[in-house]
Design a protein around this ligand. Structure first.
Ligand SMILES: [Zn+2]
Length: 317
């Protein structure tokens, strides 16, 4: 990959997001992705992931009758996928960038489509992304961006950060964030205001706040999995900010008699806040944490905003 870099050019992908916000002249959220696409003369097309990436599609090559039901029959993405080796169905993607057209899976929630669209805009705008060839085959906007090579992973993270900073411009977001008390209610209000998912708002919030805190996304284990301590939950991923000097390990199991496990059984939208010892998240037991929990995502999954009370880190005076 050749890097089209010039002297004095910013290496921070979020710089290009803010530059775009200013050039278009957005004065407040929510940022309209349609306006962004228009400004950059980019088109948008939609595909249906469930039809595109199922095993059925793989058998369709020689039976055009089957593909007749597919609204994507004539699009290049579909034709490409039907040429792939049959044994391995293509990986589901959120979006792809082909020439001046952004392709988006329209079966995902609206907020995720917006994030995916702006992720592709990032590949178009960030100077050293302009020769990336994989974007035509698609991107997955999962915050864990696993299973990629290092270079690929770095570019995907940059595009994700670009997308977050385009939809939630830092100067706007900081002002709104600082006007609200710390907690999950703030995440809900910000997500509504910026038309993003609560998860995206939470990642952004944790990265920008000066409170020592972390976001922990907890997932329910498949029912077939039996654990030693009767746990049915594990950490999918965590993102702490620089003030939070612990690492919450992905895969860590959550014990059944904890605030997080209780929240996983509550109805969607319930916020459950409790104090806990660090052991709940695999940290040192003497660490006191405040866990703000809210069922989010598929059934049993929990979004946890972990707050470290001030004074917990050892006093300077
Ligand atoms: Zn990408």
């Amino acid at each position: 990959m050749s890097m089209k870099l010039c002297f004095g050019m910013s290496l921070d992908s979020t710089y290009y997001a803010w530059q775009l916000v200013q050039r278009i002249g957005f004065k407040e959220p929510a940022i309209s992705e349609e306006v962004v696409l228009d400004y950059l003369h980019l088109g948008i097309e939609y595909f249906l992931g469930s039809r595109f990436f199922t095993e059925d599609c793989q058998d369709d090559e020689d039976t055009p009758g089957n593909t007749g039901q597919l609204p994507l029959l004539d699009n290049e993405l579909y034709r490409q996928s039907s040429k792939l080796p049959k044994k391995k169905p293509p990986k589901p993607i959120d979006a792809a960038l082909r020439g001046n057209t952004v392709w988006v899976d329209c079966e995902f929630p609206r907020e995720r489509q917006r994030a995916a669209t702006c992720h592709e805009v990032g590949h178009k705008v960030i100077p050293w992304h302009q020769d990336l060839s994989y974007v035509k085959d698609g991107c997955i906007i999962d915050p864990t961006t696993s299973n990629f090579g290092r270079e690929h992973k770095r570019c995907e993270e940059e595009a994700n950060r670009f997308s977050a900073h385009l939809l939630m411009p830092r100067p706007f977001f900081l002002e709104d964030m600082n006007s609200l008390p710390f907690g999950i209610e703030a995440l809900e209000i910000l997500a509504r205001h910026y038309a993003t998912s609560i998860e995206s708002a939470a990642i952004h919030y944790v990265s920008l706040t000066t409170f020592s805190c972390a976001l922990v996304m907890v997932e329910a284990l498949p029912e077939s999995v039996i654990t030693e301590n009767g746990s049915w939950l594990r950490v999918r991923y965590s993102k702490g900010n620089p003030f939070f000097d612990h690492f919450i390990r992905p895969g860590a199991e959550i014990a059944p008699d904890t605030a997080i496990a209780q929240a996983s059984l509550m109805s969607p939208g319930t916020i459950h806040t409790d104090e806990a010892s660090g052991w709940v998240l695999g940290l040192r037991p003497e660490r006191r944490l405040i866990l703000h929990c809210r069922p989010w995502g598929k059934e049993g999954d929990v979004l946890v905003l972990v707050e470290e009370p001030r004074g917990n880190q050892g006093r300077l005076f």
